[in-house]
Design a protein around this ligand. Structure first.
Ligand code: ATP
Length: 423
């Protein structure tokens, strides 16, 4: 379906009213941002976002997400480095001429104007003919279902309606790039779900490159084609949501994506015992295949990661394997379809997610097991992934230069052995 306002025939390389290329890749080249007081918001940052892509910048508070958007919009200047939109260098261009549209958490609507005037304003100041404005506003307002609100002022709208108007105001401009800065944070959970779906559908229809910022990993996983996971002004991983979830680049990504997060257990690999001994003395037996890989990789200290949904709980039995992990359920949380069991393993708590057909009782002794293929291994001071699977899916063309000092983070072997761990 064509852009409701752009109409048919907008070719990939077409020139636009604003003069820029209609579909243009975004390129950050060694961009650094240091605020007053020597606050480093972004370390040297290089990223290519091909057009069209819906990319989500996700990370904890203070990781530099908003700074990146503001740099793209022209509300901040980089301390060093360059930003390109297509072939045009834009970090030196006045924000009004960048042809990007930003949607904020706070809506930022003009309170004294009606919805129609809010939608029309940006086009009026660009001296678009009146008849064209009327047509565009009509088409866009229908496409996001605010056609019946055009004569109201923002103060007469609900939060969800205001955010739709803010979205509409961005769409009518037909920008080369949409920037979303935590646009759903002020909405209740149900509205967030609806808006998330609306934004995703709009992207699929308009195919305009969209850079979406959120600290909410669920929002990121559900909306993004590609995730850029940030922490402390650095990229930690670029990948599709399933890839980042299933093959996290390091222990930070593993624990950031997923709710509840991945269980991470620090320990030491003991090749002679074919086991990992955890800090609390508990041993986890490994298959010969995984032991061989760890030995070849020279691994000693490591962090094992297992997602809560990969662990199976069973009642402790007399014939449990010798290396079985035995624990005690200390608390449960019911989520409706699933239940979370917090299991104490010798002073270390592990979370298990299981279907809640049967009640799970606190206080009971249980054994835990998980397939060895579900074990993630992280090594080194930066707790990077020990092995990547072959044939990684890539990130839809989004590419990052993570950090040259991390170039050794591609480990030598593949960690995909089957079988069960001895637990
Ligand atoms: P949040 O999710 O909390 O909005 P964020 O990931 O968007 O966080 P930024 O707002 O980009 O993070 O901030 C990155 C870092 O830069 C933080 O340490 C922040 O305190 C700092 N920072 C942001 N703006 C300024 C400013 N104008 N002056 C000084 N430091 C700033």
């Amino acid at each position: 379906m064509p852009h409701p306002a752009r109409g048919h025939g907008a070719g990939r390389a077409a020139r636009r009213e604003g003069g820029g290329e209609a579909m243009a890749d975004i390129r950050f080249e060694r961009v650094r941002k240091v605020y007053a007081g020597n606050v480093v918001a972004l370390e040297e940052f290089s990223l290519v976002i091909p057009s069209p892509t819906l990319v989500v910048l996700v990370g904890p508070s203070g990781c530099g997400k908003t700074t990146l958007l503001r740099l793209l919009a022209g509300l901040e200047r980089p301390t060093s480095g360059e930003i390109y939109l297509g072939s045009e260098r834009i970090d030196t261009v006045d924000p009004r001429h960048r042809d990007v549209a930003m949607v904020f958490q706070s809506y930022a609507l003009y309170p004294h104007m009606t919805v129609r005037e809010n939608l029309s304003f940006g086009l009026k100041i660009r001296k678009i003919p009146r008849a064209t404005i009327v047509k565009k506003v009509d088409e866009v307002s229908k496409s996001i279902e605010i056609g019946d609100l055009l004569d109201r002022r923002p103060g007469e709208l609900s939060g969800g309606q205001r955010q739709r108007v803010a979205l509409g105001r961005a769409i009518v401009r037909e920008p080369r790039v949409f920037l979303f800065d935590e646009p759903l944070s002020n909405l209740d959970a149900r509205l967030r779900d609806d808006m998330r779906y609306l934004i995703k559908r709009l992207y699929q229809r308009l195919r305009t490159t969209t850079v979406y910022v959120t600290h909410d990993q669920v929002e990121a996983m559900t909306i993004g084609e590609t995730l850029v996971v940030l922490k402390d002004g650095r990229i930690h991983q670029v990948g599709s949501p399933p890839e980042c979830y299933s093959f996290p680049a390091n222990a930070f990504v593993a624990s950031f994506l997923g709710s509840p997060p991945m269980n991470l257990l620090d320990g030491r690999f003991l090749p002679d015992e074919r086991a990992v001994v955890l800090a609390n003395g508990i041993r986890i037996g490994l298959t010969a295949a995984l032991c061989e890989r760890l030995s070849l990789g020279g691994v000693s200290d490591l962090t094992l990661g297992v997602r809560p949904e990969e662990i199976t709980l069973g009642a402790k039995t007399d014939d449990s394997p010798p290396l079985a992990l035995q624990g005690k359920i200390v608390a449960t949380e019911t989520l409706g379809h699933d239940v979370l069991a917090h299991v104490d393993l010798g002073g270390r708590e592990v979370i298990v997610r299981k279907r809640s057909q049967r009640p799970v009782e606190s206080g009971g002794a249980v054994s835990l097991s998980f397939p060895e293929a579900s074990i993630h291994v992280f090594v080194g001071s930066d707790r990077r992934r020990f092995a990547w699977p072959e044939g990684r899916t890539g990130a839809g063309g989004v590419r990052a230069v993570v950090d040259s000092s991390r170039a050794d983070s591609e480990p030598p072997a593949r960690q995909d052995s089957g079988g069960s761990s001895g637990v």
